[in-house]
Design a protein around this ligand. Structure first.
Ligand code: NDP
Length: 280
């Protein structure tokens, strides 16, 4: 379990990844600049973007401004991006990666993910990612939205085991099967939409716990993730929320209260299902 905003999880290839970061899905390029800068100034050292978000240039600019404001070095910030579904053959993945680097203004990425498995195009994309990894252009490679059967097919041919699987995960979709498989195979689990895109913030159980611990609903949910060893990347464009979402290291949920939150799991998704999304 991580104990601070800059605490890291050691991935299966030895790379240390911060257990808490900022997400920038559905944020304009312009707003991304300030969000990323605010996050770095607030002490965040990990940012999650993707080719499809259209804001990699904003992440790059926000990163440069954040570094200038804090005196931190590029190497101290962990940057993740992802290859989108229409570019999963070998050459396309290589060029998508190079375009992402160019937009970000970086010469390497910390983590690069296959965004969605699609049908089975990910096998080609993975070969390309292994090549980029071997060249040292990416520090770690992983996947996103992979169900257990996708991971099994990938592991059957992969030379490099993915370091993590980034999936929709929150108290209403606890992803126990994916987490258990990951644990057995050394694949860390990272939650996207850790706050269920805000939909869990009015939940009665969460609100009662917020009252009990004198914390916000978002802080209760994020603490549940952390105590379950799940890497989180909550998104906010609001400076005060960016700061308060990360103020989750001065309290602990009791095992009874963690169990209460566990009971909210009813398989509800805010995003698409990996077995049906982007089949063409
Ligand atoms: P989150 O669960 O992080 O929720 C974000 C929403 O919650 C926003 O509407 C935000 O509004 C609001 N919010 C954040 N903090 C608070 C707070 N303290 N109080 C009240 N409201 C709050 O959803 P995301 O879908 O953005 O997921 C997080 C990240 O995961 C993404 O940004 C992206 O990086 C990644 N992701 C990856 C996917 C994948 O397929 N791999 C898919 C989806 C997301 P506001 O900004 O106004 O504060």
């Amino acid at each position: 379990m991580i104990h601070s905003l800059t605490d890291t999880v050691t991935l299966n290839n030895g790379v240390n990844m911060p257990g808490f970061g900022l997400g920038v899905f559905q944020v304009s390029n312009e707003d991304t600049i300030l969000s990323v800068q605010n996050a770095i100034e607030a002490g965040y050292i990990s940012i999650d973007t993707a080719q499809i978000y259209g804001n990699e240039a904003g992440v790059g600019e926000g990163l440069r401004r954040g570094l200038a404001a804090t005196g931190k070095k590029r190497e101290e910030i962990f940057i993740t991006s992802k290859v989108w579904n229409h570019q999963l053959d070998y050459d396309q993945t290589i060029s998508a990666f190079n375009e992402s680097l160019l937009k970000l203004g970086l010469d390497y990425l910390d983590l690069y993910l296959i965004h969605w498995p699609g049908n089975n195009e990910y096998l080609e994309a993975w070969r390309a990612m292994e090549a980029l990894y071997a060249e040292g252009k990416i520090k770690a490679i992983g996947v996103s939205n992979f169900a257990v059967h996708h991971l099994e097919s990938l592991l059957a041919v992969a030379k490099v085991t993915p370091v993590l699987n980034q999936v929709e995960l929150h108290p209403r979709l606890a992803q126990k099967e994916v987490r258990a498989f990951g644990k057995t195979h050394g694949i860390a689990t990272e939650a996207w939409s850790p706050l269920m895109q805000g939909q869990l913030l009015q939940d009665e159980t969460i609100l009662a716990l917020a009252e009990k611990y004198q914390k916000s609903a978002a802080q209760i949910i994020l603490r549940w993730h952390i105590q379950n060893d799940i890497i989180v990347i909550p998104k906010s464009v609001k400076k005060e929320r960016i700061i308060s979402n990360a103020a989750v290291f001065d309290f602990s949920l009791s095992s009874e209260d963690l169990a209460q939150i566990d009971q909210l799991d009813n398989g509800t998704r805010v995003g698409p299902h990996p077995d049906t999304f982007f089949f063409e």
